[in-house]
Structures are given as C-alpha cells and as structure tokens.
Design a protein around this ligand. Structure first.
Ligand code: PGA
Length: 252
C-alpha cells in the first residue's frame, strides 16, 4: 500500500488525476472503475482540464461506475448517471457505448446485477478503480457487515449513509434507501485501487480501514489485503495515521 498525503484538496485532486492520466497514457484502452460523491469532483475537473489543455484521450477507455440508486431515473439530477455526465463524461471524449453505470430502474434488478458483473468480466476486468470511503467505512455502497464475498448486488443503504446523502436532496424522504453496487469482491478484483479521503471527518475511518482489524464491520479494511492500493489523503484525513508505517510508504 502506498499512502500519499497532500497539503489540501487541490493537491489530492491533482495527485489522483495524474495517476489516472498516467494509466491512460500508458494503456489507452484502460478499464476505469469510477466513483461518485463529493471527494472525486476535483479529480474529475482536473481530468477535464488535462483533456482540454493536454489532449488527455479517453477515446479508447471504458468505464464502470461503482453504484447507482434504485428507483431514481437516469435523467433525475440526483442519479449517479446525471452526476457522471455533468461532472465528467459530457466534457471528455469517452464513447457513450463504453460507459457503464448500473441501471437502478431495471425491472429485474438481480438480472441487472449479474449482467453488470458479466460486462466487467467481458471488458477484461477493471484496471484502475477509484474509491471514496463512507463515514462508516463503506466502499461503493458495501455497507458494514456485508460479506466480503459479495459481487454486484442490491443493497439497503444504512442509516448513516442515508443521513450523509441527505445533503444532496431537498427533503429527507427523497433520499433513496436502496442501491445497486459493485460488491467487495468486484472491487478487490481491480488490478489497482485508488482510495481517496478528504477532510477531518474521514480521519478516524481512514485509520480504522488502513491500520485496524480487517473486518466486514469496516468494509474498506479489506483493502489491506489488496496487492496494489494507492491511498491519496488530504492532510486532515491523515491525522490519525500511526507515526510508523511498516511496509507502507508515506509520501508528501
Ligand atoms: P464523499 O462520499 O466522497 O461524498 O465523502 C464517499 C462515500 O460515501 O463513498
């Protein structure tokens, strides 16, 4: 595991966008796993800047998003579809046919989950998976106590997640209760994982996830077992890290 601590959110966004841009420069046909939420917004803006200013090319890339709400139409501004098109896809040259986001409006959600998993396999697996982390340690919408074995599935969001997501909705009752999410196993199959955390509110959970017991109670703790994880932390999210890092490197 490599841990990069940045001075501020701008630095986190630049470091992360550089890693993604490097991946695309080396392997233009890369399969990217993408995340939503507040944390990657700056990264997506940097990628858009690199696309316009330095011709960063997405034309051969494929993307798979981690998750989508159940029962929220793709044209609803609260959907993760809308988020991704607004904050990244509409401003870069990725092909529509190469974009994959779970369909939370599917009539048969079990079938949708199985098809999503198959589509990832058929694309050759995910090369680089971007992740945020929830206050409860979730990655994607893999909430605490879910089996590490899970692949893409329908999840009931837990109360802490629903409260955290309420900031994006005008009324609490609008916040979706269910989502389709890649499972922990889907995420762990990615060749490289890029975990981001910003702000002091994430300091405790980052400490538990990276240095605590590996347990489904903190889903992100499974990342300790992945051979190729890069963690990019804005410094306020890194304040609880231990002073020594056995087998881990701290870069400033
Ligand atoms: P955030 O969400 O980036 O908005 O903090 C992260 C997550 O819940 O996975």
């Amino acid at each position: 595991m490599r841990i990069i601590v940045t001075e501020d959110y701008e630095g986190l966004s630049i470091e992360t966008a550089r890693i993604i841009a490097g991946q695309l420069a080396l392997i233009p046909r890369s399969v990217l796993g993408l995340a939503t939420g507040g944390t990657p917004l700056g990264t997506y803006q940097k990628l858009i800047d690199y696309h316009h200013q330095h011709h960063l090319d997405f034309s051969q890339a494929t993307s798979f998003n981690l998750d989508e709400y159940v029962g929220v139409a793709t044209d609803n501004p609260h959907s993760y579809h809308a988020y991704m098109f607004k904050n990244l896809f509409d401003a870069i040259n990725i092909h529509r046919k190469n974009i994959h986001i779970p369909n939370g409006m599917a009539g048969d959600l079990e079938r949708e989950c199985a098809a999503y998993e198959t589509a990832i396999e058929n694309a050759g697996g995910i090369d680089l998976q971007l992740l945020g982390i929830g206050n409860n340690g979730h990655i994607g919408f893999n909430e605490p106590d879910l089996s590490f074995e899970a692949i893409t599935h329908v999840v009931k969001l837990d109360d802490q997640t629903i409260r955290a997501n309420a900031r994006f909705f005008s009324r609490p009752e609008e916040v979706p209760q269910y989502a389709v999410s890649m499972g922990i196993k889907t995420i762990m199959r990615a060749r490289t994982i890029l975990l981001l955390a910003n702000g002091s509110g994430k300091a405790d959970v980052i400490h538990q996830a990276l240095f605590g017991e590996i347990s489904p109670r903190i889903p992100a703790s499974i990342l300790q077992l992945h051979p190729n994880v890069i963690v990019v932390l804005e410094q306020d999210a890194a304040t609880k890290l231990p002073k020594t890092y056995p087998n881990k490197f701290l870069l400033f």
